[in-house]
Design a protein around this ligand. Structure first.
Ligand code: ADP
Ligand code: MG
Length: 246
């Protein structure tokens, strides 16, 4: 069973007389462990799609199932719990709280899920280790570079051990060198088995993921899937040479 199943999803915004079809009949499955990018020009519906995939917003039409749960049947309380425990978000502008230090920012999602103070600190520090930022734990966000702030935001997204991580233009506010380092970090997390959806307008960034979904005017315009088949994956882990399926 896919981790996320989107069926015939449309999202229509109404502004007075005008109707904007931000998503138009999108059907999409995301499997456990996939590293996938959603690409398309500005206004093509990428953020809308990510918000629906991440249960931050609901579709006008169509259905979404996350980890087996039909989202439209879930109560607001169940949805909030689902977002907190199953989903991690990374945004272009980091969204760190300026008055908290780095480790306190990373602990935040665990406060909402009721984990004890001691375990919170341990897990937050482990997440900071994973993004190579443990040595900045007591700094305020304003005392960090953009790349370091994004690492802290990624640690915060990881700390509840979510089933899936969504990153919306995560390198959009970084210089290209720093952006490359953040992409390498996502690649490393993917190799560790995490499920990651990367939203970007930049084809060079999308090129790092084996699977790409291209949006145009709210519709899926193209799909590229270089994911190895199950058989090839087993061969790869056994150390045998493999050729990616086109
Ligand atoms: P992208 O992330 O690819 O730039 P968006 O998903 O943000 O695209 O937007 C898709 C379309 O929906 C755009 O035409 C945008 O103007 C419109 N849109 C997005 N959010 C809203 C909103 N809250 N109200 C009205 N229109 C919106
Ligand atoms: Mg966007």
């Amino acid at each position: 069973m896919p981790l996320v199943e989107l069926r015939n999803v449309s999202k229509i915004y109404r502004l007075g007389e005008e109707e904007i079809r931000a998503l138009d009949d999108v059907t999409l499955d995301i499997g456990e462990g996939e590293f996938i990018s959603i690409i398309g020009p500005s206004g093509s519906g990428k953020s809308t799609l990510m918000h629906i995939l991440g249960c931050l917003d609901s579709p006008t039409q169509g259905t979404i199932r996350l980890d087996g749960v039909m989202i439209e049947k879930a109560s607001p309380r169940q949805l909030a719990a689902m977002r907190n425990r199953k989903i991690g978000f990374v945004f272009q502008f980091f969204n760190l709280l300026p008055k908290l230090n780095v480790v306190q920012n990373v602990e935040l999602p665990m406060i909402y899920s009721g984990i004890s103070g001691k375990e919170r600190r341990q897990r937050a520090m482990a997440a900071l280790e994973a993004v190579d930022l443990a040595n900045r734990a007591k700094h305020r966000p304003s005392q960090l570079s953009g790349g370091q702030q994004q690492r802290a935001a990624i640690a915060r997204a990881l700390v509840n051990r979510p089933r899936i991580i969504f990153a919306d233009e995560p390198t959009g506010n970084l210089d290209s060198h720093t952006g490359d380092a953040i992409l390498s970090l996502f690649r490393k997390l993917s190799q560790e088995g995490r499920t990651i959806v990367l939203v970007t307008h930049d084809p060079e960034i999308a090129a790092v993921t084996p699977r790409r979904i291209e949006l145009r005017d709210g519709r899926i315009a193209a799909k590229v899937d270089l994911t190895l088949t199950g058989l090839d994956r087993r061969a790869a882990s056994a150390g045998t040479a493999v050729v990616a399926q086109p």
